[in-house]
Design a protein around this ligand. Structure first.
Ligand SMILES: Nc1ncnc2c1ncn2[C@@H]1O[C@H](COP(=O)(O)OP(=O)(O)OP(=O)(O)O)[C@@H](O)[C@H]1O
Ligand SMILES: [Mg+2]
Length: 328
């Protein structure tokens, strides 16, 4: 049998097995009178049939039935895992109406304000070749007192970072006693941070909630626990943070948190963070409270202040700056 005949035979076998289409494997030749149409392998198909593709397809053709079953089972298990992984559709229209940044309105004033706030955070997270920020991708949003705008700031920052090309964001609800993110984002009760620290049968993959914003994932607070402060201070929490930080090198892990002066959880969380965003409600929080709160953040190298709810005539709605040593 000539090489061409061998190739034609092989191609026919492959075509019957569905490994090749008619078009890609052969061309139709006909004699001058238009009669005697016949298929012959194209030169490329002939080479492929006798070379690599023939081997691959041949291997597939002769794979034992158990192998095929096993790979089908693995594929359907992976599909089932994907289907059961928690996912939430965030109501972006509602958030927009509440004044939040949303990816479909990148030109809004609020979007611009949070661009200014996120830039130094992303710069610090990346660090420089000579100076890496310790835990630079772990960022916590906090404030001295309740109601200063921590959750508002954390969610807006998360939305803004999710619009980045080179970064994604994991928004962690660290306000474990009074979580408000679930209501805002429509996350149903599900295992979260506290469950990862208390239940051995809960995996990180079970707790992470994907969203309709590609680059935004949420880790809910999970079940309340009366020893939440101790759990947040535990070795297990340190391990979890290391796991979260190493999940995707370009992902920012952003924590919403309780107020520093009203709870102990925020202070404990702060000890593991590379960067802190300290929200200060303009015309509401006293200098004394701010100083007191900053004193609780001594262990963190980078503390950035965000003035919230400022009158627009003053400095724009927001004004972000680094807390210098004199203010502490
Ligand atoms: N800059 C802002 N513009 C408009 N609304 C704001 C702004 N900052 C905060 N708010 C609103 O103020 C209220 C309190 O804000 P938020 O819940 O973010 O505060 P918090 O510091 O997280 O409070 P808590 O300490 O109870 O967790 C919310 O209704 C929020 O939408
Ligand atoms: Mg809050």
């Amino acid at each position: 049998m000539s090489l061409i005949e061998q190739a034609a035979k092989r191609l026919e076998e492959l075509r019957r097995a569905g490994a090749l289409t008619d078009d890609e494997s052969s061309l139709v030749t006909e004699n001058a009178s238009g009669k005697d149409r016949q298929r012959v392998p194209t030169p490329e198909a002939a080479v492929r049939a006798l070379d690599t593709r023939g081997h691959d397809a041949g291997a597939a053709l002769h794979r034992p039935a158990e192998d095929k079953r096993a790979s089908a089972e693995t594929a359907s298990a992976a599909a089932a895992a994907r289907a059961t992984r928690p996912r939430v559709e965030i109501d972006l229209e509602r958030l927009k109406a509440l004044g939040y940044v949303t990816p479909d309105a990148p030109q809004s004033q609020i979007a611009d304000e949070f661009r200014v706030i996120k830039r130094p955070i992303l710069r610090n997270a990346r660090g420089t070749p000579t100076a890496r920020t310790r835990n630079g991708t772990l960022v916590m949003v906090t404030s001295a007192l309740p109601g200063e705008g921590k959750t508002f700031t954390a969610l807006n920052l998360a939305m803004s970072i999710a619009m980045e090309v080179d970064h994604s964001v994991l928004l962690v609800d660290g306000d474990v006693a009074h979580p408000t993110l679930p209501d805002l984002l429509g996350v149903p009760p599900s295992p979260g941070l506290m469950d990862l620290l208390t239940r051995s049968n809960v995996d990180l993959a079970d707790a992470l909630v994907e969203t309709n914003i590609d680059k935004l994932t949420i880790l809910p607070a999970g079940s309340r626990h009366r020893r939440s402060t101790e759990l947040l201070a535990s070795e297990q929490m340190a391990n979890l943070l290391a796991q979260l930080a190493s999940r995707h090198p370009d992902s920012i892990v952003l924590f919403d948190s309780p107020p520093l002066l009203a709870t102990t959880e925020a202070r404990v969380l702060a000890t593991n963070m590379g960067q802190i965003v300290m929200v200060v409600a303009s015309d509401a929080t006293t200098q004394h409270s701010v100083k007191h709160a900053l004193a609780a953040l001594e262990s963190c190298e980078i503390v950035m202040m965000v003035l919230n709810k400022a009158r627009k005539s003053d400095v724009g709605a927001y004004y972000a700056y680094y807390a210098d040593e004199d203010a502490r």
